[in-house]
Design a binder for this molecule. Structure first.
Ligand SMILES: Cc1cc2nc3c(=O)[nH]c(=O)nc-3n(C[C@H](O)[C@H](O)[C@H](O)COP(=O)(O)OP(=O)(O)OC[C@H]3O[C@@H](n4cnc5c(N)ncnc54)[C@H](O)[C@@H]3O)c2cc1C
Length: 478
């Protein structure tokens, strides 16, 4: 790919004129918070933050930057966990924020669809869908900041993948500015479209390396008549998976979320997040948070109650509670959704976002936790998340008393390689839902077969021959 330039005064002046004071921000204090990734591990630089008001302005920015051969880094809510939205530290790239493109262009209960601009925040979309009796069935703990453009571009997962799949399964159409500045208009809400290569799917999960998503057409589903949220304590991930299958047999597709929480993750939340309380009387080695929903006539609470009572009788579940109000349901969800924030408050940890075939995950967890903790005495594995999808966040806390960042600098590469090697041997993925960004790039290159790498690079070269879109992310250099 061609060499890139640093933004010069001429380019910056043109961009300032194009975007006006609202859309061209060069004040260092205002840009600074957006130059650091959510985990505070990567620190970038950028001469300006560009915030276009619409797709036309986005296209004009990309054309000017392509002409000047200057890199752009798209950014939504900056909640990504692999530093995909953090520009390079040398200041060679400009940050392109979608924050001002935050309109819902259309929403239809009759068509079960919505067209949302890239900067729409996920929780705002949830509210808008609820207002017309529909649901957008994807949720995650960062819903108050994560944007539609970011969710599309990372093919985000979250807590409802079990039933509805990841973002990929919910995207009907995409509008995007391609790296040459042209506007790809694929926003139609078609349910079937067989015109060859699926550009909508290519742009989904592309992490901003193939263009800037400016809007997406998304699938909605009917609102639920009610939900039941339960917390169960049990002794192993294998028992948890058995419980999931039994509940599914009883309730059909009613179980939407099934989240694994180990005792040490719960303890971290109770210690660091004010207002949280233990959900059960005693502590259990493992816990699951279960959400079941009801359609017409179905009573999710009764279904969960019967299923959990039978599981307690069989000795599969040690104890369980079902929320008796929305406030209690929210309190249980807060325990689950606060794990990442609680980890952050606790200090740095070494993160792995892995998947292996669902049935293999319980044995993988037991084996690899013991192996890692024995290899790095004093370290602890916090393994939590989407067990029903075979996706666990397998995070390593350095031994107590260690300077965590220094420990990670010394041992992190070895520890991550140990985890990722085993994941690869199990036929799994080193990035189940967070993407590659810059944080996972080296490991992705190390463990990925040539046909996949070759194809990835060929697609990148074909669509972005100048290499201006989010360089240094996702696509390993040759
Ligand atoms: C507490 C917490 C919990 C989380 N839980 C989950 C979870 O359960 N499941 C999950 O999948 N993720 C999870 N995440 C990660 C994160 O929320 C998702 O990756 C989310 O999709 C990022 O959205 P964003 O708007 O913040 O994107 P950003 O972080 O701003 O960007 C992410 C990537 O997308 C690119 N990008 C952003 N917008 C665009 C655009 N319009 N066009 C092209 N490229 C773009 C960026 O360049 C970057 O590569 C969690 C994060 C946090 C902090």
């Amino acid at each position: 790919m061609a060499d890139l330039n640093f933004p010069d005064k001429q380019l910056l002046d043109k961009l300032a004129t194009l975007l006006g004071p609202q859309g061209f921000i060069a004040d260092r204090d205002l840009i600074a918070p957006w130059l650091v990734d959510w985990r505070d591990r990567y620190h970038g630089e950028s001469a300006a933050l560009l915030a276009p008001a619409d797709a036309a302005q986005t296209a004009a920015i990309v054309r000017l930057c392509a002409e000047a051969r200057v890199a752009l880094v798209p950014q939504g809510g900056n909640t990504g966990t692999v530093a995909g939205a953090t520009p390079a530290a040398d200041g060679s790239a400009l940050l392109l924020s979608t924050r001002r493109m935050n309109r819902l262009r259309a929403i239809s209960a009759d068509d079960n669809s919505v067209i949302a601009e890239a900067g729409v925040i996920l929780s705002d979309l949830h509210d808008a869908a609820a207002a017309i009796g529909r649901r957008f069935p994807l949720s995650l703990a960062a819903k108050g900041s994560a944007t539609i453009g970011g969710l599309v571009s990372t093919n985000a997962g979250g807590t409802q993948v079990l039933r509805f799949g990841p973002m990929r399964a919910l995207v009907l159409g995409i509008e995007a500015v391609l790296p040459d500045g042209s506007l790809f208009d694929g926003l139609a809400t078609l349910r079937k479209d067989n015109r060859g290569y699926d550009l909508r799917q290519l742009l989904t999960g592309a992490e901003g390396t193939l263009g800037v998503v400016t809007a997406a057409a998304l699938r909605l589903v009917p609102a639920i008549s009610g939900r039941a949220v339960a917390w169960a304590g049990l002794s192993s991930p294998r028992d948890a998976l058995t419980l999931l299958r039994r509940l599914e047999e009883r309730t059909g597709e009613a179980v939407e979320s099934f989240e694994l929480v180990p005792a040490n993750a719960l303890a971290l939340v109770l210690r660091n997040i004010p207002g949280t309380r233990p959900p059960l009387d005693a502590s259990h080695a493992w816990n699951v948070l279960i959400e079941a929903v009801g359609g017409r006539g179905a009573d999710p609470e009764a279904m969960l109650e019967q299923g959990l009572a039978a599981a307690i009788e069989d000795g599969l579940v040690q104890d369980a509670t079902i929320a008796s109000s929305e406030a209690q349901a929210e309190a249980l969800w807060t325990l689950r959704e606060s794990i990442s924030p609680a980890e952050k408050i606790d200090g740095h940890s070494l993160k792995h976002d892995i998947s292996v075939p669902v049935l293999d995950m319980p044995a993988f967890l037991d084996r690899e936790r013991d192996r890692l903790e024995a290899h790095f005495p004093g370290s602890r594995i916090i393994a939590f998340g989407h067990l029903g999808d075979g996706n666990i966040h397998f995070n390593l806390l350095p031994p107590p008393g260690e300077d965590r960042l220094a420990w990670i600098a010394r041992h992190g590469a070895e520890a991550s390689a140990m985890v990722h090697d085993r994941v690869a041997a199990a036929g799994g993925s080193l990035s189940a839902e967070h993407g590659i960004g810059q944080a996972k790039l080296a490991e992705f290159a190390r463990l990925t077969d040539q046909p996949r790498l070759h194809t990835l690079r060929a697609i990148k070269r074909a669509l972005d021959p100048l290499g201006i879109m989010n360089p240094g992310k996702l696509v390993p250099p040759e």
